[in-house]
Design a protein around this ligand. Sequence first.
Ligand SMILES: [Zn+2]
Length: 351
Amino acid sequence: MSDGPAPTDFASANARLAELEQALIADVASAQDAAAVDQVRAKYLGRHGLLQALWQVLPQMPPDEKPQFGQRLNTLKTQWTQAVEARRMALAAPAVDGPMLDLTLPGHPPAIGHRHPITQVIDQVLGVFERLGFAVIEGPEIETAFHNFDALNIPPDHPSREAFDTFFVNTTPETLLRSHTSPVQVRYLEAHADDPRPFRIVVPGRVYRPDALDASHCFQFHQIEGLVVEPGVTFADLKGLLAAFVQAVFGPATRLRFRPHFFPFTEPSAEADISCIFCRGHGCRVCGQKGWLEILGAGMVHPRVFAATRWPTASRGLAFGLGVERIAMLRYGIDDIRLFFENDVRFLHQF
Ligand SMILES: [Zn+2]
């Protein structure tokens, strides 16, 4: 910018204005806050500012150039004021280089959970039996030794009553975390001994054994127990009922076989296998090349169970029990029971 004597002709005055305009643009651009903008405005547009100073030149100019020069000064005053105020507004506006709020973006959907895979299997199994006329009954998880053992024909010297096989809570009277759901059979029979009528019940629930934790053992797991007491019911009814059940849960092509077994509270007793659902009986890694998968235990209710619960000992009944985790592991191809109880949502979300 020239600091020489004030121009007195139109051409040199215009050149001076052009210099001022370049300087103003640079000053406006470098103003970083409102105070700096105020300074720029005072320097160029104030009462003692650079633009005002040029009005002093007007009287010395040739008469024919005066109107045009005056008009130019007014126009520039308007333009420069707009430039300065635009800068002030830009500085007052929120920063645009931070995260922008876009109201058209979809929101975060709420995380909706679902039922645990064990609960899903329990619900499905109970649903099958409810359609077969069964009522769902539940019982306490802390049991007396009488309900958990004695009434089920498990005598005091039976190995399942050893401390390393059962979580005892108290010794006198003997109470424990139930080791199976069968004590609910005893409770139901006791409650209806004075008016013994035919019935069908299924009993879901949590059971406990002090097993060391590994891929196939846990100190807690779930069972579903079934009990049918009806006149004339036979072992054939038991097999037909369970065949209907496994076909409903594992598919209509599933075959069922019984192997002789021993349980204290049923006689005769059997373990039931289904044809392997992975290889359809041809043999694979899951079934250990046998073509069959062990799925549940069953039998005809032992007369001593009826006697212990004051039912007529000539009553006839069938009973069965299955492990829920076992079915869930087969159904979903899970090879470690601990996954059900670790509450890892990455695992649970898959079901
Ligand atoms: Zn197989």
